[in-house]
Design a protein around this ligand. Structure first.
Ligand code: CLF
Ligand code: SF4
Length: 497
């Protein structure tokens, strides 16, 4: 562990005691005052070559998303299909949240932006192109961007997102460019289902409508998946869950993409509102609620591994998943010329590699203490974290909580819950607290670095216990400890009853 606290763009790294003293100083300077009222560790079943590909990719490894950042550059506006959940004026809904227009970039502008971000955000490990159209249909711009960036930053991972229709035409170039990760959005196997999602496709210079369009799209998507897998490229399949259209069908999709060798399946909730101007938004097609999403995910158990930590980020997102620093790097803020400075990323990687070993050992130690606990039920523990795999955020500053399920067999990431931060400028706002409590419905315990008396009491009234004793511990260590304490209390109560 490092001997002193280092701050890398807001992520304080150092020993727990050092971080605690930083917190005390910060609290004095304006943290929430008491008076104001989102795959696992290196899996044993993963071969070393695959682990080497995913260990620094925040989307392909749940563990990596605590440490590494991705950035998207919006260089690919053109698309060759129409999805009923997409309005072309907005970001591609396959890999982004519709609603905010991206700043479109030329490949040269994009390369300048990536280098500027790499110099300022040492966590950066992946460059993804996710639209705002289709990164493979708009191939020349995608290819040129990757070429310009890798000339300067050879170790950056390249990631693509596509609907798959054009992908077989570019498979050899994709493989030759060392693209290790490709996301295919596959919402159906059955063209009858597809016809309810896609009105048309543009294929071989022709616009094709209806079931025939979906039949071609399905065949091309399966071909794309097979070709990528055959070349050793890791494929994540994204599926948009559309209640009443493909919810039950996605279980078949999950089984089929597993059979064909997909690495991960990411089932994303449809985001639909009239103001997005999409067909679904305008016709009242709703997205699933959290319980419906979970039910489909649970029904997929035993099939392709599920990604559960997706944040449905924008086509120009920058930063750790769950944060978006895109507004810090808009074109007008970039220098005209920028040279890559590799030192920050190198120092950070060295630190991460030591920290990971330490965290893994701590998690194993915590689990060893938990072994033998008789568990009447699992607990859901929400963690306020700003990265690094630690419990290191004030309750009032959290704009999302990562929720872990824990029982006697271990600690697992379950899902995340978003909210508006309760505390602004050191003052908590009651109406925001009500929203945060609603967002945390069903949670048993919150672990955070600090909280005021007022929100703690309101949360207790809602049946949620807040614990700060594990501030700056690793998440697994803190979650395991509160689980053991809770189970010990349950056992003691049973004995006295
Ligand atoms: Fe981007 Fe997608 Fe690559 Fe990740 S996002 S192209 S695989 S680098 Fe990640 Fe964002 Fe979810 Fe996508 S959290 S929307 S899964
Ligand atoms: Fe929109 Fe992406 Fe679908 Fe194309 S593939 S229509 S850009 S959501």
């Amino acid at each position: 562990m490092s001997a002193k606290v280092i701050s890398l763009n807001g992520l304080a790294i150092g020993s727990k005691d050092q971080l605690k003293s930083e917190l005390a100083a910060e609290g004095a300077a304006g943290g929430c005052s008491a008076s104001s009222c989102g795959s696992k560790q290196a899996p044993d079943d993963m071969d070393p070559a695959t682990w080497a590909k995913v260990k620094d990719h925040p989307c392909y490894s749940e563990e990596a998303h605590h440490y590494f950042a991705r950035m998207h550059v919006a260089v690919a506006p053109a698309c060759n299909i129409q999805c009923n959940y997409c309005n072309r004026k907005y970001d591609c809904a396959n890999e982004s949240r519709p609603g905010v227009v991206s700043e479109r970039l030329t490949p040269e502008q994009a390369a300048r932006k990536v280098i500027a971000v790499a110099n300022k955000v040492p966590q950066l490990s992946v460059l993804g192109i996710a639209g705002p159209g289709d990164a493979v249909y708009d191939w020349e711009k995608t290819k040129q961007t990757f070429r310009l960036v890798t000339q300067q930053i050879p170790d950056i991972k390249l990631c693509l997102s596509s609907n798959g229709l054009a992908l077989p035409d570019h498979i050899d170039e994709i493989a030759a460019m060392n693209v290790d990760h490709v996301t295919l959005t596959i919402n159906m196997l059955d063209p009858e289902v597809g016809a309810q999602i896609y009105p048309w496709i543009f294929y071989r210079r022709e616009r094709i409508w209806g079931i025939e369009a979906s039949r071609i799209l399905h065949e091309r998507q399966m071909l794309a998946l097979d070709m990528l897998v055959a070349r050793g490229i890791l494929v994540k399949v994204n599926s948009v869950l559309i209640p009443g259209i493909n919810d039950a069908h996605l279980i078949e999709v999950n089984r089929e993409v597993k059979r064909r060798g997909a690495f991960l399946h990411n089932i994303m909730p449809l985001i639909s509102a009239p103001e997005h101007g999409t067909h679904f938004g305008l016709t009242g097609q709703r997205g699933p609620n959290a319980a419906e999403l979970r039910a489909v995910q649970e029904a997929c158990a035993g099939g392709a591994n599920l990604m559960k930590h997706c944040r449905q980020c924008r086509a120009d997102a920058v930063g750790l998943l769950g944060e978006d620093r895109g507004q810090d790097f808009t074109l007008d803020l970039l220098p005209e010329e920028v040279a890559y400075q590799p030192e920050g990323r190198e120092v950070y990687r060295d630190w991460v590699s030591k920290e990971r070993e330490d965290r893994r050992a701590a998690a194993q130690g915590a689990q060893a203490q938990t072994d033998g606990v008789v568990a009447p039920s699992a607990l859901l523990v929400a963690v306020a974290t700003q990265g690094g795999g630690r419990i290191n955020q004030h309750f009032g500053h959290a704009t999302e909580f990562q929720v872990f399920e824990v029982d006697a067999s271990g600690v697992r990431f379950a899902f995340h819950r978003r909210c508006n931060n309760y505390c602004v400028g050191g003052v908590g706002e009651d109406d925001k607290l009500d929203q945060v409590i609603a967002a945390l419905d069903g949670i048993d315990i919150i672990l955070c670095a600090k909280i005021g008396d007022c929100p703690r009491e309101s949360l207790a009234e809602a049946g949620i216990t807040v614990i700060v004793d594990h501030a700056f511990d690793y998440i697994e260590t803190g979650v395991s400890a509160v689980y053991r304490d809770r189970m010990a209390a349950v056992a003691a109560k049973a004995q006295t009853a």
